[in-house]
Design a protein around this ligand. Structure first.
Ligand code: GUN
Length: 292
């Protein structure tokens, strides 16, 4: 069994980006700038956004954090997005999800200029991705693809089973894995809460991607011997033995599944950190596109 080390790989990609920023600086070119919008004080969102800003600084990107109170109106949020769209110094915009219920998430997502939409959530970027055209690809699926690519995992002709059909992970990763590309070229089965014989389908996976957000849902008897297992789960589970009061759990029962797998991602230290690397790559890419 080989551990797919998201921490190491993410650091490697970020080091490549740091050098690229230095080169750009020396050439008198623009420094990539990510603007992150955070609404409210949701603990997990605070942690994710803080991590994104910290990694920008580490690489040498410029970053701006814009905070709104939980009760912000939709129009005020849309006005800020519009301002960021027109701010010529800003290359990438992300609005951290989830948003409070008075805000229509689709309106906000669609308001972000597609070239600055480094989360890859806008219908324009999703449409381009489906057609295999150059696009910002959502950070989690992009991070998974980078991981498979850099570890040189053979995907062509394999059966890839995705569990979970979210807009952010399940749907896009199922499309990317089926695409005529490397990695890609899989036969993909997308499973969800209404899937019959889920265990049986899961057992037939050469590559299993668990992205349903249910801690330790994937048990050893759902995994084929030698499968590649990608765990996208990142759920806070109450744990009194931890100072924070919680631990982070993946969607895979790691201890029992790992011995059966050929490759597996740990949680934490797997896909989560790859999403940061992917977001940073999208931001660099946005900067380069805008330059042209
Ligand atoms: N909430 C959970 N994941 C994400 C993400 O990748 N981007 C944003 N903007 N919000 C999220």
């Amino acid at each position: 069994m080989t551990l797919l080390d998201g921490k190491k790989l993410s650091e490697q990609i970020q080091e490549e980006l740091r050098l690229k920023v230095l080169e750009r600086k020396n050439a008198g070119k623009k420094i990539p700038h990510l603007a992150a919008v955070l609404v409210g004080t949701n603990g997990a969102s605070e942690t994710y956004v803080a991590s994104k800003v910290k990694h920008c600084e580490k690489i040498g990107f410029k970053s701006t954090l814009i905070r709104f109170e939980e009760k912000v109106s939709e129009i005020d949020l849309l006005t800020e997005v519009n301002r960021l769209n027109h701010d010529t110094d800003v290359d990438g915009i992300l609005v951290q999800l989830p948003l409070p219920k008075q805000i229509d998430v689709e309106k906000v997502t669609e308001a972000i200029s597609p070239v600055k939409d480094v989360d890859g959530f806008s219908p324009v970027n999703i449409g381009k991705m489906v057609k295999g055209l150059p696009a910002h690809i959502a950070a989690t699926p992009y991070g998974i693809m980078l991981m498979l690519e850099r570890y040189k995992i053979e995907t062509s002709g394999k059966h890839c089973v995705v569990i979970g059909r979210s807009d952010i992970v399940g749907k896009p990763i199922s499309i990317l894995m089926a695409q005529n590309s490397i990695p890609g070229n899989c036969t993909v089965t997308l499973c969800h809460s209404r899937t019959k014989n889920l265990e049986e389908i899961s057992r037939s996976a050469d590559i299993l991607i668990a992205a349903l957000g249910k801690p330790e849902f994937v048990k050893a008897d759902m995994v084929k011997e030698g499968a590649v297992v990608i765990d996208v789960g990142i759920t806070r589970v109450p744990d009194e033995t931890k100072k924070s009061g919680f631990r982070i759990a993946g969607d895979v029962a790691f201890d029992k599944v790992a011995p059966k797998s050929s490759y597996i991602t740990p949680v934490p230290g797997g896909v989560g950190l790859m999403t940061i690397a992917a977001l940073m790559l999208n931001t660099m890419n946005a900067c380069e596109i805008r330059e042209k």
